[in-house]
Design a protein. Structure first.
Ligand SMILES: [Zn+2]
Length: 327
């Protein structure tokens, strides 16, 4: 239970977490605070929109419709991973839900899932004061894919909220159990469809074990990952030098290749030689062209032209070999 983050605080937290934020109009003050309480907050709810197209999805979530005025959430998490902030404060997203769920989310006392809700939008307790809400652009038919970049943004947004509340010293958001799906809140809801909430909570927890700037899968991250035997086999096979043996008896018997199968060093050596060969070819062509250009209009015979070009190529290739320490 905690005082809600300010608009400025959530914006800073999202950006620190690597979320690409789009600020929509007067989102910082666009809310339903005149209709009811906002806070204390106990968690965050993930939804799907049942819409297609980011622009109209964002407009709908900001403005709402005749039966349900906007904002319908705080941020729209689009297919491309951008998060469009449409409101801050009380929003019409959680509706009614099960008080038993609220109690367990507040205490973060449940196991992998909160108790199955037995109350819904029509007969439940108000959730709009207690939860941040995130509408994710998806048809919700179980077939519309969730792009990795969008799922990653969902994880980042939830981690950012928890991290910001932790930094503020709140007891809210001690772990990822503060994050639930709408279907876990209301008995009459099915969203989000396409991923399991325990998996999302595990991914949020994993993210919280790292710093806000963590970028799994980035170049820095890859450097820490050892190549597997299968990776080495693929790399060296694609070098086209030593075909991958079918089994232990199929190894190249040449003793100078002993122990060099599928080795990273072998792969790098082959690649380096390939680069040197290309440099030699480029240098040779450049020297030949320059020599030919110098001979235009001088009236020398063909044999002299060929000799001059060949000499220039030889010098250029020697230069490359010296410069790459391979004379
Ligand atoms: Zn929903």
């Amino acid at each position: 239970m905690a005082t809600p983050l300010s608009a400025a605080a959530v914006l800073a937290a999202l950006r620190a977490e690597g979320v690409r934020v789009v600020e929509v109009g007067d989102w910082r003050t666009h809310n339903r605070n005149h209709k009811g309480a906002w806070g204390p907050v106990n968690g965050s709810i993930v939804h799907h929109t049942v819409t297609k197209g980011t622009a109209n999805t964002v407009a709908l979530c900001r403005d709402g419709h005749s039966a349900l005025p906007g904002p319908l959430c705080h941020g729209v998490i689009a297919k491309d991973g951008q998060v469009h902030m449409v409101g801050w404060g009380r929003a019409n997203h959680a509706g009614g839900g099960d008080p038993a769920v609220l109690a367990q989310v507040t205490a973060e006392s449940y196991g992998s899932r909160p108790p199955k809700p037995t109350r819904g939008n029509s007969n439940g307790t108000d959730g709009n004061h207690a939860f941040y809400g995130w509408e994710c652009e998806n048809l919700g038919d179980g077939k519309d894919p969730w792009p990795a970049v969008q799922y990653d943004a969902i994880v980042r947004v939830q981690a950012a909220l928890i991290r910001a509340h932790r930094a503020k010293g709140d007891d809210w958001g001690l772990d990822a159990k503060s994050i639930i799906g709408h279907l876990e809140w209301s008995s009459d809801k099915v969203d989000p469809r396409g991923f399991a909430m325990p998996d999302l909570r595990a991914d949020v927890a994993e993210r919280l074990a790292h710093s806000a700037s963590w970028n799994p899968g980035s170049a820095n991250e890859e450097n820490d990952m050892p190549l597997t035997t299968a990776d080495l086999k693929l790399l060296c096979t694609e070098d086209g030098i030593w075909p991958a043996p079918k089994d232990a008896s199929d190894y190249n018997p040449d003793p100078k290749h002993k122990g060099h199968y599928w080795a990273l060093g072998t792969h790098i050596a082959v690649q380096s030689e390939g680069i040197r060969a290309v440099r030699r070819e480029v240098a040779a062509n450049t020297a030949a062209i320059a020599t030919l250009a110098g001979l235009i209009g001088t009236g020398v015979d063909t044999a002299a032209v060929v000799a001059a070009v060949e000499a220039a190529i030889k010098d250029a290739v020697i230069d490359v070999n010296i410069n790459t320490q391979e004379a």
